[in-house]
Design a protein around this ligand. Structure first.
Ligand SMILES: Cc1cc2nc3c(=O)[nH]c(=O)nc-3n(C[C@H](O)[C@H](O)[C@H](O)COP(=O)(O)O)c2cc1C
Length: 347
């Protein structure tokens, strides 16, 4: 197999991948009532273990971070035990798996948490909560400085739990308008403490999580997903790109495992991202391992790796439709088309 997608990839001194195709994080809402991953979930991931790397569905680090039904957690003993089923099944099939650490922040909802959501500031998002009967997003409560520090510790605890559960590393979910992204944006971060007020201070929450998680489990096992383009759950404000440039520059100084683009489509260009695509922006400003993502066909993925636009490509929906995606691509078989109806089952 001569495709650059099927060469091994050395991410760092401790992590080597069998190929350059990553299974993107995909929320499936199949955890049990205690937000514990089940054997069915383990079987689902095990079927996809020939991906170079699996990134787990977003996994909440704290009960207050929940914004969708039956999304797994990594903050209780039972959840850690549930995840062991998953990591053991993936490893038994020769795969590697990172845990995506998640806090929804202002787009969490009291229907799941029984408490008012928290955010960088008291700024609500508009619209309706998915998978509910038209519930509106609530006004979040602004976290005190002390509470922000406590949340950073919860990321650390979750990362330690993930390693105990057998994950090969963690990906901090800094993308898609959730809590970390909310701290990075002027629209959602009106703070005047050490976590807001300037680009530098808006980066602090993300960087403290990265640094504390790295100190706890190793920078080689720590990664982050980012959406510099602001495409969901919040909007771009002029000047946000400065914050992202600063953040990527600071990440260059840390030997983390990778940065991963969060988007549904990497086909658009943005005036405010140096006029290019979000992937090009990250590639330009970040010098370490980079995973691109966002509606990549296999041909596009191959082209991206060949031309060094990214080191790895994450594929999402096609992995839902094709558990055997890697085998199909290797043997030149056609891929099944993804259909949203497939979300009702965990095949
Ligand atoms: C059903 C579904 C669930 C998703 N869940 C997550 C998630 O938990 N975390 C995340 O960062 N992105 C999530 N995404 C976004 C994907 O990781 C990916 O960025 C997106 O699907 C684009 O890639 P694709 O075109 O190859 O599907 C989800 C996407 C879908 C379709």
């Amino acid at each position: 197999m001569t495709s650059p997608l099927f060469q091994t990839v050395k991410l760092n001194d401790t992590i080597n991948l069998n190929n350059a195709i990553v299974m993107a994080p995909l929320t499936r809402c199949f955890a049990d009532k205690d937000l514990v991953p089940t054997q069915q979930i383990a079987d689902y991931y095990a079927r996809r273990a020939d991906a170079g790397l699996i990134i787990s569905e977003a996994t909440i680090i704290d009960p207050l971070g929940q914004g969708y039904p039956n999304t797994p957690g990594i903050f209780t003993r039972k959840q850690v035990e549930g995840w062991k089923l998953v990591t053991q099944a993936v490893h038994a099939n020769g795969g590697k798996i990172f845990c995506q650490l998640w806090h929804c922040g202002r787009v969490a909802h009291s229907v799941y948490t029984e408490q008012q959501p928290v955010g960088a500031s008291a700024v609500a998002w508009h619209g309706h909560v998915p998978r509910t009967e038209g519930l509106e997003y609530e006004m979040p409560r602004s976290l005190s400085t002390k509470e922000v520090k406590k949340i950073i510790k919860k990321y650390v605890k979750a990362a330690k739990n993930a390693i105990q559960a057998g994950f090969d590393g963690v990906e901090i979910h800094g993308a898609n308008g959730y809590l970390v992204d909310q701290f990075l944006r002027q629209q959602t971060n009106l703070r005047d403490d050490k976590f807001g007020g300037s680009s530098k201070k808006r980066c602090k929450f993300a960087l403290e999580i990265v640094d504390e998680v790295s100190a706890a489990i190793g920078a080689d096992k720590t990664a982050i997903r980012l959406s510099p383009q602001a495409y969901v759950h919040l909007e771009y404000s002029k000047g946000d790109e400065k914050t992202y440039k600063k953040l990527l520059k600071k990440l260059n100084k840390r030997q983390i495992c990778y940065v991963h683009l969060g988007t549904f489509s990497d086909h658009y260009t943005f005036d405010y991202l140096d006029g290019g695509k979000a992937s090009e922006f990250i590639r330009k400003h970040y010098k370490g391992n980079f995973i691109t993502c966002g509606n990549y066909s296999i041909d596009m993925a191959e082209e991206a790796i060949k031309n060094k636009k990214a080191d790895l490509v994450a594929i999402g929906r096609a992995f839902i439709a094709n558990p055997d995606l890697i085998q199909r691509v290797k043997s030149g078989q056609k891929l099944e088309e993804y259909d949203m109806k497939m979300l009702s089952q965990l095949d």
